[in-house]
Design a binder for this molecule. Structure first.
Ligand code: IPD
Ligand code: CA
Length: 278
């Protein structure tokens, strides 16, 4: 390519860098709202139609993000857990204002704000902000996955582990109840016998531990797009693989499987076995 020919790849990479910088500003705005009410004795909590909880902070945080989106990205679509879908643009911001509401309302610091930008349904920018523990992770397609580390001034680039032996792997399963509900309780037990460690770290955090190379497997069921879209660029830019439980590269099929990549097919094979067959 001659120097005078515009490079469309470079232009879109620059646009994505702008979108990532903007997503980080959205996370700053979200953190200010969510942290102001975290562990408040008089937090307003309601039940939604699906019997899950929603707090005043879930609603206010999503509104703060949407206000900035309307002001600075008015042409883009938005899908948020609390206020639904608006617009039908090819570019869609996918937001979970508070992922881990059950933890938030109990004053447990394992909750996060999830912000993704999907283009034609593919998440290309992801930010996971977990302000109650002072941590944040972010990525954009082709630009690596990064995190802040308290006490370090520069962001740290992260990557998944190189563990290739199931017997040395560490898995996180979200909750026993979730696996049992979809008839996979025995399968999880069988899996736990094959690996080094199993723990239910919960919500967004285990995906980030995986992207940092501290776990090899996270899987869950019943997840919506806004529960997982932000994780996809972070896990994949860290060198991992993200699919649904059947191996399809989709965030809309209500299940997720994130791994360090090397062990993905091994886990898929184990998850395709009936019940707890070993
Ligand atoms: C929940 C979390 C949890 C997942 C549930 C979600 P919420 O989100 O993502 O990890 O297992 O399916 O509903 O309701 O706390 O935003
Ligand atoms: Ca939520």
């Amino acid at each position: 390519m001659t120097p005078t020919t515009p490079d469309p790849t470079a232009a879109s990479a620059d646009a994505l860098a702008d979108d990532l910088a903007f997503a980080l500003r959205l996370a700053d705005a979200a953190d200010a709202v969510s942290m102001a009410r975290f562990d408040a004795a008089d937090l307003d909590v309601q039940l939604k139609a699906d019997a899950s909880h929603v707090t005043e902070a879930d609603l206010a945080t999503e509104r703060a993000i949407r206000d900035l989106l309307s002001a600075e990205r008015p042409a883009d679509g938005v899908l948020g857990e609390e206020y639904g879908a608006t617009g039908d643009a090819r570019r869609q911001w996918i937001i979970d204002p508070i992922d881990g509401t059950a933890n938030y309302l109990k004053g447990i610091p394992m909750w996060a704000t999830l912000i993704a930008l999907a283009v034609d349904g593919v998440p290309e920018v992801g930010v996971v902000s977990q302000p109650a523990i002072g941590r944040r992770w972010w990525a954009a397609a082709g630009r690596g996955a990064w995190t802040n580390v308290p006490g370090e001034t520069a962001p740290r680039r992260i990557s998944v582990s190189s563990i290739d032996d199931l017997a040395h792997s560490s898995i996180s399963f979200q909750s026993l109840h979730q696996w049992d509900e979809v008839g996979r309780g025995e399968q999880l037990l069988a899996l736990s016998r094959r690996v080094w460690r199993d723990r239910g770290y919960g919500d967004a955090w285990p995906y980030m531990l995986l992207a940092e190379g501290r776990l090899e497997f996270v899987a869950e069921f019943g997840v919506k797009e806004y529960d997982i879209a932000a994780h996809v660029p972070i896990v994949t830019e860290a060198g991992g693989r993200f699919t649904d439980i059947a191996g399809a590269p989709s965030v809309s099929t209500r299940s997720s499987l994130a791994t360090n990549g090397i062990l993905h097919d091994t886990f898929l094979e184990l998850l395709s076995r009936n019940g707890g067959d070993e």
